[in-house]
Design a protein around this ligand. Structure first.
Ligand code: SAH
Length: 247
């Protein structure tokens, strides 16, 4: 079954953009997923086809109109009642791998991309729209954020990535960052690949990787540890359990 993405945007020409090449592009051509865009401006009703107006209360910029967006949203909800409807917004819940996995396991997604200063708040009250943020910074529009979300989902679809297991050990899947990677040459600018990785001892390698993942997460992203706690860590291997006992 094809995983379907529907994008509501003022700039349909931005899609599939970078998702038209490499793994996602091939999967798109093969019909693993599909992409439709809906031009929000087609739902404007005045003769200037306006989609925005000045902010109530004053201030800089323009705000996207609830009535025009609602018409576009209703059009999509009618055709895709099964797919969750998201809106890219810096005020939404931060995008996380668990949610990405949920979306990828479903029938697809519909995404509303904002522009200007954002969207009239009443739209979020009146329609079942989930606001989602891609991080604590401000983009000029929701389109690059939608591409980020789609990329994260599409790579999880069956058959898109080479080895099915390569998604499972990655950063965030266990609430931790991933361990560091190395490849040949064995020595580069005087730096050697850690000996343990060349030992052939799979249990030792797994323990080393898990310890590294935990150390680096503590160092770089203590917020992840605070959020997920130890409960989200994979069960330690034998060697790691011994080490933890001594701590
Ligand atoms: N004035 C708003 C920013 C609007 S940016 C504020 O300060 O909150 C214009 C559009 O870009 C938004 O409507 C949203 O669709 C998109 N956008 C900007 N930053 C984003 C982010 N971090 N995550 C998701 N979408 C974002």
């Amino acid at each position: 079954m094809t995983w379907r993405a529907t994008i509501l945007t003022l700039y349909p020409e931005m899609f599939p953009g970078p998702l038209g090449v490499s793994l996602a592009g091939r999967a798109l051509n093969e019909g693993v997923w599909s992409l439709d865009t809906v031009q929000i401006r087609d739902f404007a009703t005045d003769r200037h086809r306006s989609v925005d107006d000045t902010p109530a209360g004053g201030g800089a910029g323009m705000v996207m109109r609830a009535d025009v967006l609602a018409a576009a949203v209703d059009h999509v909800l009618e055709r895709r009642p099964d797919a969750p409807l998201l809106a890219m917004s810096p005020r939404g819940a931060p995008l996380e791998q668990g949610f990405v996995r949920e979306l990828a396991a479903g029938p697809g997604v519909s995404i509303l991309c904002g522009r200007f200063e954002g969207i009239d708040e009443r739209l979020f009250e009146a329609r079942p729209i989930v606001p989602v943020s891609v991080g604590d910074y401000v983009l000029s529009g929701g389109e690059p954020a939608a591409l980020v979300l789609l990329d994260a989902c599409v790579r999880l679809l069956p058959g898109v990535m080479g080895a099915p297991s390569s998604g499972e050990e990655e950063s965030f899947e266990s609430g931790l960052l991933e361990y560091p990677h190395y490849t040949r040459p064995i020595e580069w600018e005087g730096r050697r690949i850690p000996e343990v990785l060349r030992s052939g001892d799979h249990a030792k390698i797994a323990a080393w990787r898990q310890a590294k993942a935990a150390d680096e997460t503590r160092l770089r992203r203590p917020d992840l540890i605070a959020r997920h706690g130890d409960a989200r860590r994979p069960p330690p291997s034998g060697a790691q359990r011994e080490k933890n006992k001594d701590e």
